[in-house]
Ligand binder design. Structure first.
Ligand code: FAD
Length: 364
């Protein structure tokens, strides 16, 4: 993990802000990381992956998250795709697709639609089967990493149930339209994906399809939540480091900023946020590796707590740096924009609260 951290630190260097401003990650960086299996490091060794456990993968995700939220977002998409294939694909599909995700190819996962955001049961994208082919039609939105993806996993209705369809980016009928002006994670390749009567062989249905829609969504989102949560830990670490450095070196009223108690409070809150988020993620990763009974609640808790603290912590860091941190090109300004999105994706904070309340009430 340390070696992988050094590799990604070297690959990113001091370029994350340039990528953010340009709205694009360099393809060679993505390819190198994908070839090394580092965009989805939990893919098991039997498929050619690094086979890391959730804790090691999480610490690495935090490292990437501290450097570049857009790159971490692409990692989240790749890991979510890999986990969905591993859990829902049949052995032939896993053997065909997973090695591609550790040898250079990238993937994205598409659930959301214009009228189906938090409420994914409202999705209308549908797949029908006719003889030896399937036909997929619908419009997905806000698909992270779609601009870079070699293939997409598209969640769709299949009669009264659901299915995940493996869609090559270049298949006839697929259009990927970049979202040019996201608030944050600007280089993560977010896109609208239009699917107009996309015809594919039946073996592009993961596990044959006809699975319950909630199962499909929950499977992919579980990995996504873990990855986002650890990414938020990384953002908190980057913000804490910047705030500590600035509060220790900048002087106002004849002493370092950190000696003023109201500034020290921001630093204390940032440190506490980083510690709380780390502990919640470590617990969730231990539950993930042990396949514990309360895994679902632990994952939602980690995502909820980490996203809340990342958004609050990034705001506190900007406050400590003040004018020094309020320009594009500064790590805390980027984190401020990126962190807000973490409260929206992979189940918004409100949806997490509802799930956590449901968990607590079910124990009555
Ligand atoms: P809405 O569902 O319209 O919600 C609006 C607000 O109302 C939110 O605050 C929400 O929490 C609240 N709300 C809604 N329902 C309730 C309720 N019952 N109780 C209380 N509050 C409620 N989608 C993909 O499929 N793949 C991706 O890779 C992907 N990446 C994304 C990356 C980014 C940067 C963003 C912004 C979005 C991404 N999405 C992706 C879409 C994302 O999953 C949705 O934006 C998210 O589910 C929220 O849906 P919505 O934006 O339509 O908000």
């Amino acid at each position: 993990v340390a070696l992988a951290g050094a590799t990604v630190t070297e690959l990113v260097g001091d370029r994350a802000d340039d990528w953010d401003l340009a709205g694009e990650l360099p393809r060679d960086v993505l390819r190198k990381l994908a070839e090394a299996g580092l965009l989805a490091a939990q893919i098991p060794a039997r498929y050619g992956g690094p086979g890391w456990n959730s804790t090691d993968s999480g610490e690495f995700t935090a490292e990437v998250g501290s450097l570049c939220g857009s790159l971490r977002s692409v990692m989240t998409a790749q890991g979510m795709a890999a986990w969905t294939i591993e859990r829902l694909g049949d052995p032939a599909q896993a053997t065909r697709l997973l090695p591609r995700l550790v040898s250079g190819d990238t993937a994205a996962v598409a659930f959301s639609e214009e009228q189906a955001g938090s409420d994914l049961s409202a999705m209308t994208t549908s797949v029908t089967v006719d003889g030896s082919a399937l036909t997929l039609t619908g419009r997905k939105t806000w698909v992270t990493a779609a601009c870079y993806a070699d293939f997409l996993l598209v969640v769709a209705r299949m009669g009264a149930e659901g299915a995940v369809v493996v869609v090559p980016r270049t298949a006839p009928g697929v259009q990927v339209h970049r979202i040019g002006d996201p608030l944050g994670c600007r280089a993560a390749g977010h896109a609208h994906v239009w699917l107009d009567e996309v015809r594919l062989p039946l073996d592009h249905l993961l596990g044959g399809g006809r699975q319950p829609l909630p199962l499909l969504v929950t499977t992919a989102l579980a990995y996504g939540r873990m990855s986002v949560a650890w990414g938020c830990v990384g953002m908190l670490r980057a913000c804490l480091a910047a705030a500590v450095e600035h509060a220790g070196s900048r002087r106002q009223f004849g002493r370092p900023l950190g000696d003023h108690q109201l500034v020290a409070r921001h630093v204390a809150d940032l440190w506490a946020g980083e510690q709380i988020a780390t502990r919640a993620c470590e617990h969730a990763s231990r539950c993930w590796d042990a396949d514990a009974d309360d895994l679902g609640a632990a994952v939602v808790l980690a995502k909820y707590v980490s996203a809340q603290h990342a958004a609050a912590g990034a705001a506190a860091a900007v406050q400590v740096l003040a004018s020094a941190g309020t320009r594009d090109g500064h790590v805390v300004a980027r984190a401020y924009r990126d962190a807000k999105l973490m409260e929206i994706i992979e189940g918004s904070s409100e949806m997490c609260q509802l799930m956590l309340a449901g968990h607590a009430l079910s124990r009555r």
